[in-house]
Design a protein around this ligand. Structure first.
Ligand code: UDP
Length: 372
């Protein structure tokens, strides 16, 4: 029997994290030949992830340019993936999440009438400008997807509301597959952490903070950074670990406010492995990241979400996360509560992860065996 070719398109670190478990499972199967295509969006971060998971791209489109705009990257991904798919003729294209590349690669497959499978299908905030442009990218890709892998029941319901109910499968989120693999592997290879300057987790209760959403650029980030100073001053046993996003629009605002405080650890974006280690050893997490909201409950860490909307209501409903938005008073009050009220802290940290159980990629492969 001829093996079925499955093209997997990715470009950013979160996409590698969520697609690597599927690639690894496909590789093991006798039925499929996975072909890994990188758009080249994140370079070092993606290579580092490939190394960690022991995988390698088959094609790198090297599409990124300095100061690119959303239209230019959309156009370049569309054209380059169209040309490559025409050449390699995959039986299926797999994309994940909500970047403009996902939307463009999906569209390229559609133009060639190649079926598309979308991993992490059905997440919605119902505000097309928040997060921007991700909410639109994931809505559009749902329209041309043939197989939808929804991480949660809610995500499946969201698709149903848009009259998408054919070939929607509840699988859990593969981010937990990758996380559990990583936590297991860190135990065996602590050297993966050596070069990373992390705070002393025994000395401080570390508040891990990440922020990079476009809609919070500028004033919202400034207010959050000032609130972090207020928290540090009110709680002398705490430290803030903040891996700064590469985007100057983020770091130029945050750095001047926080750089001189001796309990603030501003770092470059952390490698995934040190980041998982930091999550595991932190006291609590303040973030606007989607992936981190999904991962934290598996590590027993409460999350305060620095956004006004979320496409991940499951954690909030289950009680592992709270939406605190960008309001300084609310962020201060909720953080203080978790730092002082043991009962409230324990309640948030003991929630069963609503996003996955570490077996999503296995479920996805079983479905692909039936469908492709
Ligand atoms: N992450 C990382 N290093 C960091 C920050 C995040 O490895 O300094 C990981 C994190 O564990 C998660 C993913 O990157 O799996 C989340 O990526 P990001 O916040 O950039 O994107 P989002 O999930 O919001 O799309």
């Amino acid at each position: 029997m001829r093996m079925k070719k499955i093209a997997i398109v990715l470009g950013t670190r979160p996409e590698v994290i969520k697609l690597a478990p599927i690639y690894i499972e496909l590789k093991k199967s006798k039925k499929f030949k996975p072909i890994l295509i990188s758009t080249g969006q994140h370079k070092e971060m993606v290579n580092e992830m490939f190394q960690w998971f022991g995988i390698k791209e088959d094609f790198n489109l090297n599409l990124m340019q300095k100061n690119q705009t959303l239209p230019s990257i959309t156009a370049r991904v569309l054209e380059a993936t169209y040309n490559l798919f025409s050449k390699i003729k995959p039986n299926l294209v797999i994309v994940e999440g909500d970047t403009v590349s996902v939307m463009a690669a999906g569209l390229a497959a559609f133009y060639l009438k190649i079926p598309v499978a979308h991993v992490e299908a059905g997440l919605r905030t119902n505000d097309i400008y928040n997060p921007f442009p991700e909410e639109m990218a994931r809505r559009m890709v749902s329209q041309l997807t043939n197989i939808h892998f929804s991480p949660t029941q809610q995500a499946g319901l969201n698709l149903k509301k848009e009259n998408i109910s054919k070939n929607v499968y509840l699988t859990g989120n593969t981010v937990i597959d990758a996380l559990l693999y990583t936590v297991r592997k860190i135990r065996d290879s602590v050297e993966a952490l050596h070069a990373t300057p992390l705070p002393d987790f025994k000395k401080y209760r570390v508040i891990l903070v990440t922020m990079h959403r476009r809609e919070n650029f500028g004033e919202a980030h400034r207010q959050i950074a000032k609130t972090l100073l207020k928290i540090l001053n009110a709680f002398p046993d705490t430290a803030v670990l903040l891996p700064l996003h590469k985007n100057p629009k983020v770091r130029d605002v945050i750095k001047p406010i926080l750089k001189n405080h001796k309990r603030v650890f501003l770092t470059e974006p952390l490698g995934y492995v040190p980041f998982v280690y930091a999550m595991k050893n932190s006291y609590l997490i303040l973030t606007d990241s989607g992936g981190v909201q999904e991962e934290a409950p598996s590590l027993g860490k409460p999350v305060l979400v620095l956004r006004t909307t979320t496409e991940r209501p499951e954690g909030i409903r289950a009680g592992s996360a709270k939406l605190v938005g960008v309001d300084p008073q609310k962020i201060f009050n909720e953080t203080s509560k978790l730092l002082t009220n043991k009962k409230a802290y324990t309640k948030m940290s003991k929630v069963k992860n609503p996003y996955g159980d570490g077996r999503a990629s296995k479920r996805i492969i079983e479905i692909l065996k039936l469908k492709v």
